[in-house]
Ligand binder design. Structure first.
Ligand SMILES: *Cc1c(COP(=O)(O)O)cnc(C)c1O
Length: 219
């Protein structure tokens, strides 16, 4: 689908173009059409692309993939938003790395609502339990929540996960000093379920395949 066609379906939701494994030229092309937000999964690939595309002013990089604690030092201050903060320990490491680099970092808390073993993210109860600790960590600004529902579910089946994420965001927001942690964002919806996600209040949809076509396989 063309960028214009996609944008016309998003309403107020922001488009994050998921460019993982896609070549630089495709990012340049979309940028040329006006797209500014790009999402990457793999730290080294993301940093290489940032460098190669540093001539593009006001491009906005987001990290959406699994982040290992030992890579935290490479990412703080380098991304507009890190969507994949999946544990208290990772948040603590990010906060410390921000301290040593003298930067602040916007993050989302990734929640695993289906309790899938294979997926990263906080269980709902764990995020509620960790919330007081998360809020106290210096240098981090929690902008909201992110989820990645099971791929096998159809649109109507994923709807309750999206609704659940929104309800959880609302509940957490009530316990939050929103001058520090705005809690305004809901990053949810990919190429096959973004319409449902938008109906359930997504503020950021993460779209790859529908914009770029099939991804090359990872080597
Ligand atoms: C790859 C990826 C996407 C994009 O998926 P598409 O089906 O290509 O739209 C979105 N979110 C995350 C976390 C991803 O890893």
């Amino acid at each position: 689908m063309s960028l214009q066609q996609v944008l016309s379906q998003l309403g107020k939701a922001k488009l994050l173009a998921v460019s993982k494994l896609q070549p630089m030229e495709k990012i340049r092309d979309l940028y040329g059409q006006g797209q500014r937000r790009f999402g990457e999964n793999y730290v080294q690939e993301a940093l290489d692309k940032q460098e190669a595309l540093s001539d593009l002013p006001d491009i906005e990089w987001h990290l959406i993939g699994h982040l290992q604690k030992n890579k935290a030092k490479y990412v703080v201050g380098k991304f507009h938003l890190i969507h994949s903060v999946e544990s208290l320990e990772l948040a603590q490491v990010l906060s410390r790395q921000c301290d040593s680099k003298g930067v602040q970092q916007n993050i989302l808390i990734q929640v695993n609502l289906a309790h899938e073993e294979t997926k990263n993210g906080f269980d709902k109860n764990d995020v509620l339990a960790a919330w007081p600790e998360l809020m106290k960590l210096p240098n981090l600004h929690i902008m909201g929540l992110m989820t990645m529902p099971p791929l096998t579910e159809t649109g109507s089946e994923v709807r309750h996960y999206f609704a659940e994420l929104r309800a959880l965001r609302d509940e957490l927001k009530r316990q939050t000093d929103t001058t520090v942690h705005p809690m305004t964002e809901l990053s949810m919806g990919t190429s096959h379920d973004y319409q449902v996600a938008i109906e359930e209040g997504a503020t950021i949809v993460r779209l790859g395949t529908i914009l770029f076509g099939e991804r090359p396989v990872r080597r």
